[in-house]
Design a protein around this ligand. Structure first.
Ligand SMILES: CC(C)CCC[C@@H](C)[C@H]1CC[C@H]2[C@@H]3CC=C4C[C@@H](O)CC[C@]4(C)[C@H]3CC[C@]12C
Length: 455
């Protein structure tokens, strides 16, 4: 069955309300040191998306995964996969609003056809602690994760960490009989996927890659303009070998000068390893771009203001600098820097960019996530049916707040009535305590789904 959930709106029904007379600090000061995911925040601080929809944004640049699946060069594949993870960070910048907490049992589906088809299926599988399980099937790969966000208020900033690993499985390329240099996939159709349905089984036909998300830091909770950045390192590990890629985000300490701070904004550097041997290097700015550094000798990263210095370096110029996130991309390139990915926002014109600030800084991809679709039958648990999100989209904050409150109360009452542990409909806990997709959603039998959002 083909289900195209592609939507096309360029704008939300109403712009967001001006927050200048609201203080986020006055709301969350009661929550110092506590977990903000358990805390009800007034809807003016929400964006009209459920967290399950927000997580679907990670797949905007799925073409990088398609490309990674098609290459048989390990270093090139690591570049494409690392660039993909960088792209999943980029979509969070500027988005200083809280997505709605999904209700237990809420689902969200997104399916795209065309050159880079994918099918995203997610479910809120646990409420305390909140866990969102997701599964994405692409042409030659699957990506799954259990996202368990922990959001802490630390006085002047908010730190969000996401526990749980991301697992990417790519079908192995097998040489065809026609020519040894040409290669193709043995099995890559959806039917094969279904026969081979236990995705959790490690098989010789798949390469597995895993990583965890770095933490995100939201600044200026007390006063000033809210902004955020990622912190630390991440490690992308290939399960079947000792190969991995390690990305380090440049940090900005209080001691660094203002100019160093902006010069380091969102920059990262990293290496691809086989055991201890360096196989490759890369650098970039996660708000803008990813560059492979083809000559390892060029990768003499210094801890000074510029990301990478080598005589004859030139600036990263493919970006329209008015499209900046908060700072221009002043990355200094090495002679062998090669562009692998850049953010599509850099292709927007000034008018389009100005509009973004009125629409929660949604990207064109995010704008369509909550668009109503009529051509397809969705389960009643789909986030698109949440009235509180729809009210906020239309700028009706009072109705949104009332409906959000009603759903939260209803959820509490349901939890009190429940004697057994809640069983998710589309994911099952495995022996590692991870929720794994069962493939059943694909049957599209939704009659038994609860009418989660009705009154
Ligand atoms: C009210 C305001 C100030 C607080 C806003 C907090 C927002 C920005 C926080 C709360 C939960 C956070 C999310 C928690 C988990 C993940 C998964 C990770 O793979 C990418 C980042 C992402 C998607 C975070 C993005 C930022 C986030 C949405």
């Amino acid at each position: 069955m083909t289900v195209d959930l592609r939507a096309s709106r360029r704008i939300l029904p109403a712009p967001m309300i001006d927050r200048s007379s609201y203080s986020i600090f006055s709301v969350i000061k009661q929550a110092i040191g506590k977990d903000l995911t358990k805390f009800s925040i007034p809807v003016v601080w929400n964006e009209p998306l459920s967290f399950l929809q927000r997580l679907a944004e990670c797949i905007e640049y799925s073409s990088l995964l398609d490309q990674a699946a098609l290459t048989n060069k390990p270093v090139e594949r690591f570049h494409l996969l690392t660039a993909f993870i960088v792209s999943t960070l980029s979509t969070n910048l500027e988005r200083m609003s809280k997505p709605f907490n999904p209700l237990l049992g809420e689902t969200y589906e997104l399916k795209m056809e065309g050159d880079t088809p994918f099918h995203y299926i997610s479910e809120q599988v646990s409420h305390h602690p909140p866990v969102s399980a997701l599964y994405i099937r692409g042409q030659h790969w699957t990506l799954s994760a259990n996202v368990e966000p922990k959001v802490k208020f630390q006085g002047t900033n908010v730190v969000a960490v996401s526990e749980g690993r991301w697992i990417l499985r790519i079908k192995k390329i097998v040489p065809t009989s026609r020519s040894a240099s040409q290669s193709s996939f043995q099995s890559c159709t959806e039917e094969d996927d279904e026969q081979n349905s236990n995705v959790n089984n490690h098989s010789d036909e798949e390469d597995e890659y895993t990583w965890t998300s770095p933490s995100i830091l939201v600044h200026n909770i007390l006063f000033g303009r809210l902004w955020c950045e990622f912190q630390g390192e991440f490690d992308l590990q290939h399960t079947q070998s000792n190969q991995r890629s390690v990305l380090t985000i440049k940090t900005q300490s209080w001691l660094s000068s203002q100019s160093t701070k902006t010069a380091n904004m969102f920059k990262y550097t990293g290496f691809i390893y086989d055991g201890k041997d360096k196989l490759g290097a890369f650098h970039g700015n996660y708000g803008h771009c990813y560059y492979a550094i083809d000559n390892l000798e060029d990768a003499q990263f210094k801890s000074s203001s510029s990301s990478c210095c080598s005589a004859g370096g030139h600036n990263c110029i493919h970006i329209n600098t008015t499209a900046t996130v908060s700072s221009p991309c002043d990355l200094i390139l090495t002679p062998s820097s090669r562009l692998i990915w850049f953010r599509s926002l850099s292709l927007m014109n000034d008018n389009e960019l100005a509009l973004r600030s009125q629409y929660y800084f949604f990207t064109p991809f995010a704008l369509c996530l909550n668009e109503q679709v009529s051509s397809v039958v969705l389960p009643l648990t789909d986030s698109r049916y949440r009235q509180d999100i729809q009210y906020l989209e239309k700028g009706n904050t009072d109705a949104a707040a009332a409906e959000k409150h009603r759903l939260e109360e209803q959820q509490r009452a349901d939890a009190r009535k429940r004697d057994n542990e809640h069983q998710p409909l589309w994911f099952k806990k495995d022996e590692n305590e991870e929720y794994v997709y069962t493939n059943e959603y694909d049957q599209r039998q939704f009659n038994h789904c609860p009418n989660l959002f009705s009154s």
